[in-house]
Design a protein around this ligand. Structure first.
Ligand SMILES: NC(=O)c1ccc[n+]([C@@H]2O[C@H](COP(=O)([O-])OP(=O)(O)OC[C@H]3O[C@@H](n4cnc5c(N)ncnc54)[C@H](O)[C@@H]3O)[C@@H](O)[C@H]2O)c1
Length: 427
């Protein structure tokens, strides 16, 4: 049966590409993305998200679209016409008012609706609120294709759980939740994933359950981090070392080891808004979920105000102070700058008249410039600063000898608490 399956993966980003590569080791896979630059780079075996090593990618790439196993990358909709499984891995961001922006999900459903044939299965992986697949996506597939849901075509939902930059928990090593629109389709979707995911699968009883499971995984993380961020604010006022408190508390078997920090990126800081939106639609105003969001969204401002306080304590002038910010990606050892909260730290510091220099060996300077209008350096600037803020714990930063880059009486603020040298402030 395996050789008859032909899979189209729609959206080759942080989630879609690792999945496409994995499936391509066993199946014929067409990777489709509207970003032509992304397709051109992938065709050369280059993954700019750094999730898949170039050699590993090249091993599965094929030059021809055929039914043989391998990955064929394309921006041409025609190339996905003869697929019988469609897996949608497009972004699900929020708009400037933190409302779910379903445009990529709607557009990609239209793309698939245009090529859908009888018997096909469409599986969504993008993180959504419970009900989105059935209420938003399926009606589009039906309308555009003219086919009937659960008669002519079928749907599944299998949320992605990958962690960008994490080379230990790669897609095949993470247990995958699966679901389908009928009991038989659910089993087929489950078997498809089970054939490549070595960690195994968990078949959820419905699409809504699978959607809800994913969105609460990230909401739970967000709320837990918000709690330790609140603790950091309290312990800083009490002049108690938060890290030491957390280490002591973590010696109890059921204490959860979360750390304070800036919560950015495409998932943890975004997904709770999807759940909140759905809750509000049905008349429930979420308290804890949104409180967690407010706390975590306030941390950039908090870090900046702590840095300013340190300057004042040291009788250092803030206006025109030169501050070096280390790291601008939303997390360590990864080039992803989406929704990074380091930008909040920078903007808040700039409001006090400081001059900010940003060094990040991972981020793409063009992307940062386009997205945030901030200049970033790829190499450590060879000059001295009045203050240094370690914002992201990239592995390269631990090795830096800060004395070389700091004026006498300078300030070091270590957001992530990773530095071994003397620091004046940390979360
Ligand atoms: N990045 C993560 O850590 C992560 C983890 C688990 C789940 N998710 C979820 O997975 C989904 C995808 O996230 P991502 O991080 O891979 O996003 P991404 O931005 O890295 O990649 C999405 C890709 O989809 C493409 N795309 C956008 N609209 C398209 C369309 N209409 N047709 C075809 N291609 C289109 C984009 O060009 C891009 O290459 C989101 O719902 C996200 O919440 C992400």
């Amino acid at each position: 049966m395996k050789e008859q399956i032909k899979i189209a993966i729609i959206g080759l980003g942080y989630v879609g590409l690792p999945l496409a590569r994995l499936f391509a080791t066993t199946y014929s896979v067409v990777g489709f993305d509207i970003d032509k630059d992304r397709i051109a780079a992938l065709k050369k075996g280059i993954d700019t998200t750094l999730e898949i090593e170039n050699e590993l990618l090249k091993e599965v790439l094929v030059a021809e679209n055929s039914t043989n196993k391998g990955l064929y990358c394309t921006s041409n909709r025609k190339d996905i016409e003869d697929c019988n499984h469609y897996i949608i891995t497009v972004p699900t961001p929020v708009d400037k008012n933190n409302k779910p922006n379903l445009t990529p999900l709607i557009k990609s459903s239209e793309t698939v609706g245009n090529v859908l044939k009888k018997g096909a299965i469409v599986i969504y992986e993008s993180t959504v609120y419970p009900g989105a697949t059935e209420e938003v996506c399926i009606p589009i597939l039906e309308r555009i294709s003219g086919l009937s849901f659960n008669t002519d075509f079928f749907v599944g939902y299998s949320p992605e759980r990958i962690n960008p930059g994490d080379k230990d928990h790669t897609v095949e090593k993470i247990l995958k939740v699966t679901s389908g629109s009928t009991p038989e389709i659910a089993h087929r979707v489950n078997e498809l994933y089970a054939s490549v995911i070595t960690a195994g699968t968990h078949l959820a009883p419905s699409i809504k359950v699978a959607e809800a499971a994913k969105v609460i995984e990230n909401s739970q993380r967000d709320i837990n981090i918000a709690f330790v961020n609140e603790l950091a604010k309290i312990f800083n006022l009490l002049d108690i070392d938060t890290k030491a408190v957390l280490e002591a508390a973590a010696t109890k078997w059921n204490f959860l080891p979360f750390k304070p920090g800036l919560v950015g990126g495409h998932c943890i800081g975004v997904d709770p808004y999807y759940l909140a939106q759905k809750a509000q639609e049905v008349g429930y105003h979420p308290e804890i979920i949104l409180a967690g969001r407010r706390m975590n969204d306030s941390m950039g401002h908090y870090v900046a105000s702590e840095v300013i306080k340190l300057f004042i304590k040291k009788d250092k002038e803030i206006k025109n102070a030169k501050i070096l910010v280390l790291g601008i990606t939303f997390k360590e050892n990864c080039p992803d700058v989406r929704n990074t909260k380091v930008v909040d730290v920078i903007q808040n510091l700039e409001e006090y008249g400081t001059t900010i220099t940003v060094f990040d060996p991972w981020a793409d300077p063009n992307e940062v410039k386009n997205e945030y209008n901030i200049v970033t350096l790829k190499n450590m600037p060879q000059e001295k600063f009045d203050g240094i803020v370690l914002a992201v714990s990239h592995k390269e930063f631990v090795e830096i000898s800060f004395d070389k880059y700091l004026h006498k009486n300078g300030v070091i603020y270590d957001v992530k608490g990773i530095l071994k040298c003397e620091v004046q402030g940390k979360l």
